[in-house]
Design a protein around this ligand. Structure first.
Ligand code: SF4
Length: 141
């Protein structure tokens, strides 16, 4: 297997207490745990805020996809401040605007529409991860 291929870093905002923040984290988990575990890796915003070395090294060495719950764009700003490159920044509100049938509600526990919105967002992120991985890959195993 090809070792050494960089994983795309996924950084959701921490949005604790906000529905869109919960959607951003759920989408990030879906991508990194279920859909593309070999190509994508989650880095917690809280670790970047704390200056955790491993988290900073991960964002410094790989393209990042950020997911923000509101206009303050904490995840995007923090990746940039940590020396990372934001390949694509998603805003949950924009995704919702494109899919208004999925109105998320709930914080600790999302409603069904919130799960659906997270799934749609996860699919959009996967498309970006796949294209970044293609750009980065190319060697045969
Ligand atoms: S981007 Fe908005 S929702 Fe997310 S952590 Fe920052 S302030 Fe909270």
């Amino acid at each position: 297997m090809s070792e050494g291929r960089r994983k795309v870093v996924i950084v959701p905002c921490s949005g604790i207490g906000k529905t869109y923040g919960t959607v951003s984290r759920e989408a990030a988990y879906e991508v990194t745990e279920d859909m593309r575990p070999a190509q994508a890796q989650l880095v917690a915003l809280s670790l970047l805020v704390l200056g955790d070395e491993a988290a900073r090294a991960a964002v410094a060495g790989s393209p990042a996809v950020t997911i923000d719950g509101c206009k303050l764009a904490c995840a995007t700003k923090m990746v940039e401040e940590s020396g990372g490159t934001v390949a694509r920044d998603f805003a949950v509100l924009d995704v919702y605007r494109r899919h208004r049938q999925f109105k998320p509600k709930g914080i600790a526990e999302l409603n069904e529409a919130g799960h659906e919105l997270a799934r749609v967002l996860a699919e959009e992120i996967v498309a970006v991860v796949d294209s970044l991985s293609r750009d980065d890959g190319g060697e045969n195993a």
